[in-house]
Design a binder for this molecule. Structure first.
Ligand SMILES: [Zn+2]
Length: 471
């Protein structure tokens, strides 16, 4: 009898927690209070519940996963053993099958369709290079933040040699009937395609929320799953922190589930990359433009304006999300000013400024030093001061992009840690103009930026985004 295939993808992400102005990770009073001082921030707490135990139990080897750059960087620095076990999980698969089971990611966790085309391209390119630097092989698959897509983003993934991604079942163009067993392909023009698996919404929802059935992994696999899954191929994609953080003991459930599936006569575990490589048939599909897995209000509303996602769970209150429109607009204005300045500064001395921005990841990853890097792109000689200026302008791109990290726009209010970090990234960008002796410009940009923050007021406290800028 043909065994039914089960595939689980875990999305593992925590934002960068360093204040861009100081480089320090602020203590989180809530976490300190909840853990009686044992842990100082969310990364430490969730590591103890999820990343560390799952890596020790060998779970990363059997599922597929994405470990976002900001979290990978934190683990690398603060729990290197866990970090290495997670990277090795992919590498074992790579050695065994010729393909790893880790997915690539953009450099920052940003809703990519909300960026301009060059910035999407830089984010994707930087993310892939960061992935290569960690895993030592090129990725086949890519996990998009919040699975947010538009055709432009898929086109850029394809141009960067990504083969497939996983999307939510409601991200298929409604004209098509979805069968989550199938592998789909979406045209991105020029006769090229990006391939797509749509995850099974019921199976994913079950693994994400069915605490009752998940109390016992043996009965879940041997009694519940045979009744609840009906397809030959069943893929769940979910927040990986479910296993240990959202569901205490979930890491042991996952381990037991994977072990039971290994010796099961009716079902087997497959990782999605191996499954992808085994497929020959693909069905043409179109995607629902500007859609994501965690907002159903059209047009990626959650990350740019008010919608019914703007509900504060701790207070049980639906509040206005209009602040998102104002804050995103302020970031976009500043970002455009940075880009105009950059282009004007390099246009006479650099032939391909976009390629220069893309390859700047080599400097970020310390593969190339800044001096020889800039030399490589120059079409005419410049002095040391001009060179230094270009170096600072390239570094400014890092902070410009981190203004758009999606966590800020995910939650209901501006008076939270996440918006603070994005606003501090903007402050850092403005401050960097002083570093290139553009003091008047820095002052002008600050005045303009802050004036856009004045009216952005918390729904719950008296704090404005302007107050946050000056904190
Ligand atoms: Zn929404």
């Amino acid at each position: 009898m043909l065994k039914k295939k089960i595939s689980v993808h875990g999305h593992f992400y925590q934002p960068a927690r360093e204040n861009p102005l100081t480089g320090n990770i602020p203590d989180d009073s809530f976490v300190i209070e909840q853990t009686a001082g044992k842990y100082k921030n969310w990364n430490e707490l969730i590591n103890s519940q999820c990343y560390k135990p799952n890596s020790e139990l060998g779970n990363f080897e059997l599922i597929s996963y994405d470990l976002y750059r900001s979290l990978a960087e934190w683990l690398e620095k603060y729990d290197n053993s866990t970090y290495k076990r997670i990277i090795n999980a992919d590498n074992h698969n790579y050695i065994t099958y010729g393909y790893g089971n880790a997915f690539a990611y953009p450099y920052d966790h940003i809703i990519l369709p909300l960026l301009n085309e060059d910035d999407i391209d830089v984010e994707v390119y930087w993310g892939i290079r960061d992935f290569f630097n960690r895993y030592k092989h090129m990725p086949i698959a890519f996990w998009l933040p919040e699975t947010a897509i538009n055709l432009k983003t898929l086109c850029i993934l394809e141009r960067n040699n990504i083969k497939f991604t996983i999307l939510a079942p409601w991200q298929i163009d409604p004209q098509y009937t979805l069968d989550t067993e199938k592998l789909y392909k979406c045209s991105v023009g020029r006769g090229k395609y990006i391939d797509i698996f749509f995850y099974d919404g019921i199976f994913s929802g079950d693994l994400s929320f069915n605490n009752g059935e998940m109390a016992n992994a043996d009965t879940y696999v041997n009694e519940y799953l045979p009744k609840s899954i009906h397809k030959n191929f069943n893929i769940a994609a979910l927040d990986g922190e479910r296993f240990g953080h959202h569901l205490p003991g979930g890491e042991l459930f996952l381990k037991q589930m994977l072990r039971d599936l290994f010796s099961n006569s009716q079902m087997e575990m497959v990782n999605i990359v191996n499954e992808y490589m085994s497929r020959t048939e693909k069905t043409v599909v179109r995607i629902a433009e500007n859609s994501a897995w965690s907002c159903h209000h059209g047009g990626l509303a959650r990350w740019q304006k008010d919608c019914d996602c703007n509900y504060d769970t701790s207070r049980g209150k639906r509040v206005s999300g209009n602040w998102k429109t104002q804050l995103l607009s302020a970031f976009r204005v500043l970002s455009a000013q940075v880009d105009v300045y950059f282009e004007q500064s390099v246009k006479r001395v650099v032939a391909d400024s976009l390629q220069m921005k893309r390859e700047y990841i080599n400097v970020i990853l310390k593969i190339e030093d800044i001096d020889s890097f800039i030399d490589r792109f120059l079409i005419k000689g410049i002095n040391q001061d001009e060179k230094k200026k270009i170096g600072i302008l390239l570094e400014m791109q890092v902070y410009k992009l981190s203004m758009f990290v999606s966590d800020t726009f995910f939650f209901a209010d501006v008076d939270r840690p996440e918006p603070r970090l994005n606003i501090k990234s903007a402050a850092k960008v403005i401050k960097m103009f002083n570093d290139i002796d553009e003091h008047e410009l820095a002052e002008k940009l600050e005045t303009e930026f802050v004036s856009q923050l004045e009216d952005i007021r918390s729904n719950f406290t008296s704090i404005t985004a302007k107050d946050i800028y000056y904190e």
